[in-house]
Design a protein. Structure first.
Length: 110
């Protein structure tokens, strides 16, 4: 069954990004619908998948990582949005965020 997972890595300090608020939106036409929110644990991951099984549907989603609060306002970034498409609802989509106060990168992980 399909699932959507994420994690945050703090590349500035070389550790997991724990305590980062993450929001997941499903984008439908001109509307962003909040699906769920979570906070990363000590390993920088959410305690459970953000979506799984029948809750994961094909479509466009956006994750918003609230890294400004994590870095306590020391830096450039506030909220990092990552928009992506789910084509196969039966697949595993892992969307990690590697970040510092000044920049970020992401990829589709496994």
């Amino acid at each position: 069954m399909g699932r959507l997972t994420t994690h945050v890595l703090d590349t500035a300090n070389g550790r997991p990004g724990s305590g980062v608020k993450v929001e997941l939106f499903r984008l439908e036409k001109d509307n962003a619908i909040l699906v769920t929110s979570a906070t990363t644990n000590a390993d920088g991951r959410t305690d459970k998948p953000l979506l799984e099984d029948d809750a994961l549907r094909a479509g466009t989603y956006q994750l918003v990582f609230h890294v400004g609060a994590y870095f306590k306002g020391a830096g450039f970034l506030d909220a990092v949005p990552i928009r992506f498409a789910v084509a196969d609802a039966g697949a595993h989509y892992h969307v990690p965020l590697l970040c510092s106060p000044w920049g970020y990168t992401t990829y589709r992980g496994s």
